[in-house]
Write a protein that binds this ligand. Structure first.
Ligand code: PLP
Length: 408
Protein backbone atom coordinates (compact mmCIF):
# COMPACT_ATOMS: atom_id res chain seq x y z
CA UNK A 1 0.00 0.00 0.00
CA UNK A 2 1.45 3.38 -1.01
CA UNK A 3 0.90 6.71 0.77
CA UNK A 4 1.07 9.78 -1.38
CA UNK A 5 -0.48 13.22 -0.79
CA UNK A 6 -2.11 11.91 2.39
CA UNK A 7 -3.96 9.22 0.47
CA UNK A 8 -3.35 5.45 0.57
CA UNK A 9 -3.67 3.36 -2.58
CA UNK A 10 -2.99 -0.16 -3.83
CA UNK A 11 -1.88 -0.09 -7.47
CA UNK A 12 -3.65 3.27 -7.71
CA UNK A 13 -6.89 1.92 -6.21
CA UNK A 14 -8.32 3.69 -3.13
CA UNK A 15 -8.99 1.15 -0.32
CA UNK A 16 -11.74 3.32 1.22
CA UNK A 17 -13.51 3.38 -2.14
CA UNK A 18 -13.18 -0.44 -2.33
CA UNK A 19 -14.98 -0.74 1.01
CA UNK A 20 -17.68 1.58 -0.26
CA UNK A 21 -18.11 -0.55 -3.37
CA UNK A 22 -17.78 -4.08 -1.96
CA UNK A 23 -18.64 -3.53 1.70
CA UNK A 24 -16.67 -3.94 4.92
CA UNK A 25 -14.88 -5.98 6.11
CA UNK A 26 -13.06 -6.84 2.91
CA UNK A 27 -9.99 -8.84 1.98
CA UNK A 28 -7.90 -7.27 -0.78
CA UNK A 29 -4.93 -8.89 -2.55
CA UNK A 30 -2.33 -7.10 -4.63
CA UNK A 31 -1.45 -9.39 -7.55
CA UNK A 32 1.64 -7.27 -8.29
CA UNK A 33 3.12 -8.20 -4.91
CA UNK A 34 2.57 -11.90 -5.58
CA UNK A 35 4.30 -11.58 -8.96
CA UNK A 36 7.24 -9.79 -7.32
CA UNK A 37 7.63 -12.41 -4.57
CA UNK A 38 7.60 -15.33 -7.02
CA UNK A 39 10.28 -13.61 -9.10
CA UNK A 40 12.37 -12.87 -6.00
CA UNK A 41 12.40 -16.53 -5.05
CA UNK A 42 13.11 -17.71 -8.60
CA UNK A 43 16.05 -15.31 -8.86
CA UNK A 44 17.43 -16.26 -5.43
CA UNK A 45 17.66 -19.92 -6.50
CA UNK A 46 18.53 -19.48 -10.15
CA UNK A 47 21.78 -21.44 -9.58
CA UNK A 48 19.98 -24.77 -9.02
CA UNK A 49 17.08 -26.71 -10.55
CA UNK A 50 14.51 -25.20 -8.20
CA UNK A 51 10.75 -25.72 -8.22
CA UNK A 52 8.24 -23.71 -6.21
CA UNK A 53 5.31 -25.68 -4.81
CA UNK A 54 3.04 -23.00 -3.33
CA UNK A 55 1.66 -24.21 0.05
CA UNK A 56 -1.85 -23.19 -0.79
CA UNK A 57 -3.16 -23.63 2.75
CA UNK A 58 -1.97 -20.02 3.06
CA UNK A 59 -4.58 -18.75 0.60
CA UNK A 60 -6.80 -20.88 -1.63
CA UNK A 61 -8.71 -18.17 -3.41
CA UNK A 62 -8.99 -19.53 -6.95
CA UNK A 63 -7.82 -16.21 -8.43
CA UNK A 64 -4.63 -16.51 -6.38
CA UNK A 65 -4.17 -20.14 -7.47
CA UNK A 66 -4.75 -19.14 -11.09
CA UNK A 67 -2.12 -16.42 -10.79
CA UNK A 68 0.36 -18.92 -9.31
CA UNK A 69 -0.25 -21.26 -12.22
CA UNK A 70 0.24 -18.44 -14.71
CA UNK A 71 3.59 -17.69 -13.00
CA UNK A 72 4.78 -21.30 -13.40
CA UNK A 73 4.41 -22.14 -9.70
CA UNK A 74 3.23 -25.66 -8.78
CA UNK A 75 1.18 -26.62 -5.71
CA UNK A 76 1.55 -28.25 -2.33
CA UNK A 77 -1.75 -29.36 -0.81
CA UNK A 78 -2.78 -30.94 2.49
CA UNK A 79 -6.30 -32.12 1.78
CA UNK A 80 -8.56 -33.41 -1.00
CA UNK A 81 -10.31 -30.01 -0.91
CA UNK A 82 -7.10 -28.14 -1.69
CA UNK A 83 -6.26 -30.74 -4.35
CA UNK A 84 -9.58 -30.16 -6.11
CA UNK A 85 -9.17 -26.38 -5.91
CA UNK A 86 -5.84 -26.76 -7.69
CA UNK A 87 -7.45 -28.87 -10.38
CA UNK A 88 -10.28 -26.30 -10.71
CA UNK A 89 -7.77 -23.76 -12.02
CA UNK A 90 -6.12 -26.24 -14.38
CA UNK A 91 -3.30 -27.83 -12.39
CA UNK A 92 -2.55 -31.39 -13.46
CA UNK A 93 -2.39 -33.99 -10.70
CA UNK A 94 1.31 -34.39 -11.54
CA UNK A 95 1.97 -30.73 -10.69
CA UNK A 96 0.61 -31.20 -7.18
CA UNK A 97 2.38 -32.55 -4.12
CA UNK A 98 0.18 -33.91 -1.35
CA UNK A 99 1.68 -33.40 2.12
CA UNK A 100 -0.80 -35.01 4.49
CA UNK A 101 -0.65 -35.05 8.25
CA UNK A 102 -2.14 -38.30 9.53
CA UNK A 103 -5.03 -38.26 7.05
CA UNK A 104 -7.23 -41.30 6.23
CA UNK A 105 -5.57 -43.49 3.58
CA UNK A 106 -8.39 -43.15 1.01
CA UNK A 107 -7.46 -39.46 0.75
CA UNK A 108 -3.92 -40.48 -0.17
CA UNK A 109 -5.24 -43.03 -2.69
CA UNK A 110 -7.37 -40.41 -4.45
CA UNK A 111 -4.47 -37.98 -4.75
CA UNK A 112 -1.95 -40.61 -5.87
CA UNK A 113 -4.31 -42.06 -8.45
CA UNK A 114 -4.93 -38.58 -9.83
CA UNK A 115 -1.18 -38.29 -10.41
CA UNK A 116 -0.06 -36.36 -7.31
CA UNK A 117 3.16 -37.18 -5.51
CA UNK A 118 2.65 -37.86 -1.82
CA UNK A 119 4.98 -36.84 1.00
CA UNK A 120 4.67 -39.85 3.31
CA UNK A 121 4.57 -38.65 6.91
CA UNK A 122 4.35 -41.81 9.06
CA UNK A 123 5.59 -45.40 9.17
CA UNK A 124 2.01 -46.83 9.00
CA UNK A 125 1.32 -44.77 5.85
CA UNK A 126 4.62 -45.96 4.35
CA UNK A 127 3.64 -49.57 5.08
CA UNK A 128 0.19 -49.01 3.51
CA UNK A 129 1.77 -47.31 0.49
CA UNK A 130 4.14 -50.25 -0.01
CA UNK A 131 1.33 -52.81 0.32
CA UNK A 132 -0.91 -50.85 -2.05
CA UNK A 133 1.49 -49.72 -4.76
CA UNK A 134 4.74 -51.67 -4.31
CA UNK A 135 7.17 -49.97 -6.68
CA UNK A 136 4.53 -48.74 -9.13
CA UNK A 137 4.09 -45.18 -7.78
CA UNK A 138 6.78 -42.69 -6.79
CA UNK A 139 6.70 -40.99 -3.40
CA UNK A 140 8.61 -38.63 -1.16
CA UNK A 141 9.22 -39.29 2.52
CA UNK A 142 8.76 -36.51 5.06
CA UNK A 143 11.48 -36.76 7.68
CA UNK A 144 11.55 -34.85 10.93
CA UNK A 145 15.12 -33.62 11.34
CA UNK A 146 14.65 -32.67 15.03
CA UNK A 147 15.63 -29.06 14.44
CA UNK A 148 13.91 -26.18 16.26
CA UNK A 149 13.72 -23.12 14.01
CA UNK A 150 11.67 -19.94 13.84
CA UNK A 151 10.62 -17.70 16.69
CA UNK A 152 7.39 -19.30 17.91
CA UNK A 153 6.98 -22.90 19.14
CA UNK A 154 3.42 -22.99 17.76
CA UNK A 155 4.71 -22.70 14.22
CA UNK A 156 7.75 -24.95 14.55
CA UNK A 157 7.23 -28.30 12.88
CA UNK A 158 10.52 -30.17 12.90
CA UNK A 159 11.52 -30.24 16.55
CA UNK A 160 11.63 -33.49 18.51
CA UNK A 161 8.13 -33.09 19.99
CA UNK A 162 6.44 -32.09 16.74
CA UNK A 163 3.74 -34.40 15.33
CA UNK A 164 4.94 -33.88 11.76
CA UNK A 165 6.98 -36.31 9.67
CA UNK A 166 8.97 -39.42 10.56
CA UNK A 167 11.79 -38.83 13.02
CA UNK A 168 15.22 -39.37 11.47
CA UNK A 169 15.87 -41.55 14.50
CA UNK A 170 13.55 -44.07 12.78
CA UNK A 171 15.51 -44.11 9.54
CA UNK A 172 16.33 -47.82 9.84
CA UNK A 173 12.61 -48.62 10.10
CA UNK A 174 11.94 -46.48 7.02
CA UNK A 175 14.65 -48.24 5.05
CA UNK A 176 13.32 -51.66 6.08
CA UNK A 177 9.81 -50.88 4.82
CA UNK A 178 11.16 -49.33 1.61
CA UNK A 179 13.21 -52.44 0.94
CA UNK A 180 10.39 -54.85 1.86
CA UNK A 181 8.06 -53.45 -0.83
CA UNK A 182 10.62 -52.00 -3.25
CA UNK A 183 9.02 -48.55 -2.73
CA UNK A 184 10.14 -45.99 -5.29
CA UNK A 185 11.37 -43.11 -3.13
CA UNK A 186 12.15 -40.18 -5.43
CA UNK A 187 12.55 -37.54 -2.78
CA UNK A 188 13.05 -36.61 0.85
CA UNK A 189 11.06 -33.81 2.41
CA UNK A 190 11.26 -31.69 5.52
CA UNK A 191 9.47 -28.56 6.68
CA UNK A 192 11.18 -26.82 9.57
CA UNK A 193 8.43 -24.35 10.43
CA UNK A 194 7.44 -20.78 9.69
CA UNK A 195 9.02 -17.34 10.05
CA UNK A 196 12.60 -18.45 9.46
CA UNK A 197 14.88 -15.60 8.49
CA UNK A 198 18.39 -17.00 8.42
CA UNK A 199 19.95 -19.71 6.28
CA UNK A 200 21.31 -21.53 9.33
CA UNK A 201 18.17 -23.50 10.34
CA UNK A 202 17.54 -24.46 6.71
CA UNK A 203 21.14 -25.60 6.38
CA UNK A 204 20.99 -27.50 9.66
CA UNK A 205 17.81 -29.32 8.62
CA UNK A 206 19.18 -29.80 5.11
CA UNK A 207 22.33 -31.35 6.60
CA UNK A 208 20.25 -33.98 8.42
CA UNK A 209 18.09 -34.68 5.37
CA UNK A 210 21.09 -34.90 3.04
CA UNK A 211 22.85 -37.33 5.34
CA UNK A 212 19.74 -39.51 5.25
CA UNK A 213 19.49 -39.06 1.47
CA UNK A 214 22.70 -41.03 0.96
CA UNK A 215 20.69 -44.16 1.89
CA UNK A 216 18.24 -43.64 -0.99
CA UNK A 217 19.90 -44.26 -4.38
CA UNK A 218 17.05 -43.15 -6.66
CA UNK A 219 16.35 -39.64 -5.46
CA UNK A 220 15.37 -36.92 -7.89
CA UNK A 221 14.31 -34.27 -5.36
CA UNK A 222 15.10 -32.72 -2.00
CA UNK A 223 12.03 -30.82 -0.77
CA UNK A 224 12.92 -28.25 1.88
CA UNK A 225 9.35 -27.18 2.65
CA UNK A 226 8.44 -23.56 3.31
CA UNK A 227 9.00 -21.15 6.15
CA UNK A 228 10.72 -18.07 4.70
CA UNK A 229 10.10 -15.14 7.00
CA UNK A 230 8.17 -12.06 6.01
CA UNK A 231 8.28 -8.69 7.76
CA UNK A 232 5.14 -8.35 9.87
CA UNK A 233 6.45 -5.50 12.02
CA UNK A 234 7.75 -2.33 10.35
CA UNK A 235 10.96 -2.81 12.33
CA UNK A 236 11.40 -6.44 11.25
CA UNK A 237 14.37 -6.64 8.94
CA UNK A 238 13.57 -8.38 5.67
CA UNK A 239 15.09 -11.72 4.82
CA UNK A 240 17.84 -11.13 2.31
CA UNK A 241 16.65 -13.73 -0.19
CA UNK A 242 19.63 -13.22 -2.44
CA UNK A 243 22.13 -14.11 0.32
CA UNK A 244 19.89 -16.86 1.69
CA UNK A 245 19.61 -18.29 -1.83
CA UNK A 246 23.37 -18.23 -2.31
CA UNK A 247 24.04 -19.96 1.02
CA UNK A 248 21.47 -22.70 0.50
CA UNK A 249 22.50 -23.13 -3.15
CA UNK A 250 26.13 -23.63 -2.14
CA UNK A 251 25.18 -26.27 0.46
CA UNK A 252 22.88 -28.02 -1.99
CA UNK A 253 25.49 -28.11 -4.74
CA UNK A 254 28.02 -29.66 -2.37
CA UNK A 255 25.46 -32.28 -1.44
CA UNK A 256 24.65 -33.06 -5.10
CA UNK A 257 28.36 -33.52 -5.76
CA UNK A 258 28.53 -36.01 -2.85
CA UNK A 259 25.34 -37.73 -3.97
CA UNK A 260 26.75 -38.05 -7.50
CA UNK A 261 23.85 -36.46 -9.37
CA UNK A 262 22.20 -33.06 -9.75
CA UNK A 263 18.84 -33.20 -7.98
CA UNK A 264 15.92 -30.80 -8.02
CA UNK A 265 15.45 -28.54 -5.00
CA UNK A 266 11.82 -27.89 -4.10
CA UNK A 267 10.42 -25.28 -1.75
CA UNK A 268 6.84 -25.00 -0.49
CA UNK A 269 6.49 -21.39 0.59
CA UNK A 270 3.13 -20.13 1.72
CA UNK A 271 3.37 -16.84 3.54
CA UNK A 272 6.45 -15.64 1.63
CA UNK A 273 4.45 -15.59 -1.60
CA UNK A 274 1.13 -14.20 -0.40
CA UNK A 275 1.27 -12.67 3.08
CA UNK A 276 2.42 -9.21 2.04
CA UNK A 277 -0.05 -9.07 -0.83
CA UNK A 278 -3.08 -9.12 1.47
CA UNK A 279 -4.98 -6.48 3.42
CA UNK A 280 -7.97 -6.94 5.67
CA UNK A 281 -9.99 -3.72 5.52
CA UNK A 282 -12.31 -3.20 8.48
CA UNK A 283 -14.42 -0.30 9.73
CA UNK A 284 -14.23 1.28 13.18
CA UNK A 285 -17.65 0.90 14.81
CA UNK A 286 -17.61 1.88 18.49
CA UNK A 287 -14.93 3.90 20.27
CA UNK A 288 -14.84 3.16 23.98
CA UNK A 289 -12.57 5.34 26.09
CA UNK A 290 -12.32 3.12 29.13
CA UNK A 291 -10.18 4.27 32.08
CA UNK A 292 -7.76 1.42 31.43
CA UNK A 293 -7.60 1.46 27.62
CA UNK A 294 -8.98 3.33 24.64
CA UNK A 295 -10.76 0.56 22.73
CA UNK A 296 -11.65 0.70 19.06
CA UNK A 297 -14.19 -1.94 18.09
CA UNK A 298 -14.16 -2.94 14.43
CA UNK A 299 -16.69 -4.83 12.30
CA UNK A 300 -14.53 -7.98 12.31
CA UNK A 301 -12.88 -10.27 14.81
CA UNK A 302 -11.16 -13.60 15.35
CA UNK A 303 -13.67 -15.08 12.93
CA UNK A 304 -11.91 -13.25 10.08
CA UNK A 305 -8.29 -12.93 11.24
CA UNK A 306 -7.34 -15.34 14.00
CA UNK A 307 -3.53 -15.12 13.81
CA UNK A 308 -3.14 -12.44 16.51
CA UNK A 309 -5.23 -14.48 18.95
CA UNK A 310 -3.96 -17.91 17.89
CA UNK A 311 -0.24 -17.21 17.55
CA UNK A 312 0.13 -13.80 19.20
CA UNK A 313 1.07 -12.47 15.75
CA UNK A 314 1.65 -8.81 15.09
CA UNK A 315 -0.27 -7.26 12.19
CA UNK A 316 0.53 -3.67 11.40
CA UNK A 317 -2.55 -1.42 11.19
CA UNK A 318 -3.09 1.70 9.12
CA UNK A 319 -5.90 4.21 9.42
CA UNK A 320 -6.45 4.57 5.69
CA UNK A 321 -9.31 7.07 6.16
CA UNK A 322 -7.28 9.53 8.20
CA UNK A 323 -3.55 9.04 7.57
CA UNK A 324 -2.71 12.56 8.68
CA UNK A 325 -4.66 12.40 11.96
CA UNK A 326 -3.05 13.17 15.29
CA UNK A 327 -1.34 10.07 16.77
CA UNK A 328 -3.25 8.42 19.62
CA UNK A 329 -2.89 5.10 21.38
CA UNK A 330 -5.62 2.52 20.91
CA UNK A 331 -6.44 -1.08 21.66
CA UNK A 332 -8.08 -2.54 18.58
CA UNK A 333 -10.64 -5.25 19.30
CA UNK A 334 -13.23 -7.24 17.38
CA UNK A 335 -16.98 -7.71 17.72
CA UNK A 336 -16.90 -11.39 18.67
CA UNK A 337 -17.98 -12.61 22.09
CA UNK A 338 -14.49 -13.76 22.98
CA UNK A 339 -11.40 -11.79 23.79
CA UNK A 340 -10.41 -10.95 20.25
CA UNK A 341 -7.75 -8.30 20.62
CA UNK A 342 -5.97 -7.44 17.38
CA UNK A 343 -3.56 -4.93 18.92
CA UNK A 344 -2.93 -3.52 22.40
CA UNK A 345 -1.89 0.10 22.98
CA UNK A 346 -1.13 0.70 19.33
CA UNK A 347 -0.31 4.22 18.10
CA UNK A 348 -2.59 5.17 15.19
CA UNK A 349 -3.64 8.42 13.53
CA UNK A 350 -6.85 9.52 15.25
CA UNK A 351 -9.64 7.02 14.57
CA UNK A 352 -13.23 8.17 14.16
CA UNK A 353 -16.30 5.92 13.91
CA UNK A 354 -16.62 4.87 10.28
CA UNK A 355 -12.89 5.09 9.52
CA UNK A 356 -11.45 2.24 7.47
CA UNK A 357 -8.47 0.48 9.04
CA UNK A 358 -6.18 -1.85 7.10
CA UNK A 359 -4.50 -4.87 8.67
CA UNK A 360 -1.32 -5.56 6.72
CA UNK A 361 0.15 -8.97 5.88
CA UNK A 362 -3.31 -10.47 5.68
CA UNK A 363 -2.71 -12.54 2.55
CA UNK A 364 -1.60 -15.74 4.29
CA UNK A 365 -3.40 -17.85 6.91
CA UNK A 366 -6.03 -15.14 7.14
CA UNK A 367 -9.13 -15.76 5.03
CA UNK A 368 -8.28 -19.49 4.88
CA UNK A 369 -8.42 -19.68 8.68
CA UNK A 370 -11.66 -17.71 8.93
CA UNK A 371 -14.85 -19.14 10.39
CA UNK A 372 -18.55 -18.47 10.89
CA UNK A 373 -18.23 -18.20 14.67
CA UNK A 374 -21.05 -16.14 16.25
CA UNK A 375 -22.99 -16.86 13.01
CA UNK A 376 -21.01 -14.16 11.22
CA UNK A 377 -20.44 -14.36 7.49
CA UNK A 378 -17.01 -14.32 5.88
CA UNK A 379 -15.91 -11.18 4.00
CA UNK A 380 -15.69 -10.74 0.24
CA UNK A 381 -12.29 -10.87 -1.47
CA UNK A 382 -10.95 -8.55 -4.16
CA UNK A 383 -7.86 -9.02 -6.33
CA UNK A 384 -6.10 -6.00 -7.80
CA UNK A 385 -3.94 -6.88 -10.78
CA UNK A 386 -2.57 -4.61 -13.51
CA UNK A 387 -4.29 -1.70 -11.76
CA UNK A 388 -7.75 -3.25 -11.97
CA UNK A 389 -9.75 -4.39 -8.94
CA UNK A 390 -12.19 -7.26 -9.29
CA UNK A 391 -14.34 -9.21 -6.90
CA UNK A 392 -12.95 -12.76 -6.61
CA UNK A 393 -15.22 -14.02 -3.86
CA UNK A 394 -18.56 -12.57 -2.87
CA UNK A 395 -19.42 -11.92 0.74
CA UNK A 396 -21.28 -14.80 2.38
CA UNK A 397 -24.92 -14.35 3.21
CA UNK A 398 -27.20 -15.70 5.92
CA UNK A 399 -28.41 -18.23 3.32
CA UNK A 400 -24.87 -19.61 3.13
CA UNK A 401 -24.92 -20.12 6.89
CA UNK A 402 -28.27 -21.90 6.78
CA UNK A 403 -27.56 -24.01 3.67
CA UNK A 404 -26.30 -27.08 5.54
CA UNK A 405 -28.82 -26.97 8.40
CA UNK A 406 -31.36 -29.81 8.22
CA UNK A 407 -33.86 -28.41 10.69
CA UNK A 408 -35.12 -25.29 8.94
N1 PLP B 1 4.98 -26.94 3.77
C1 PLP B 1 4.40 -27.54 4.80
C2 PLP B 1 4.46 -29.01 4.90
C3 PLP B 1 3.73 -26.80 5.80
O1 PLP B 1 3.17 -27.41 6.84
C4 PLP B 1 3.70 -25.38 5.68
C5 PLP B 1 3.02 -24.54 6.69
O2 PLP B 1 2.41 -24.95 7.62
C6 PLP B 1 4.30 -24.79 4.56
C7 PLP B 1 4.93 -25.59 3.64
C8 PLP B 1 4.29 -23.31 4.35
O3 PLP B 1 4.90 -22.60 5.36
P1 PLP B 1 5.10 -21.05 5.24
O4 PLP B 1 3.78 -20.44 4.98
O5 PLP B 1 5.69 -20.60 6.53
O6 PLP B 1 6.03 -20.81 4.09
Amino acid sequence: MQLSDNQYSIQGVDPVELCRQYGSPLYVYDGGTIRRKVLELQEAFSGVKMKIKYACKANTNLAVLRLMRELGVELDVVSPGEFEMGRCVGYLGSQITFTPSGVPYPEVRTAVEAGATVNIDSLPLLEWFGQTYGSSKPCLIRLKPNVAAGGNIKIMTAHTDSKFGISVALLDNVLAIVEKYGIKVIGLHQHTGSDIKEAEPFLKAAGVIMEAALHFPDLEVIDMGGGFKVAYHPEDSLTDMHTLGQQITAGFKDFCARYGRELELWFEPGKFLVSESGYLLVTATVLKNDPARFFIHVDSGLNHLVRPMMYGSYHHILNVSNPGGEAKTYTVVGYICETDTFATDRPLPEVRPGDVLAFLNAGAYAFTMSSNYNARVRPAEVLIDHGQARLVRRRETLDDLLRTQEDL
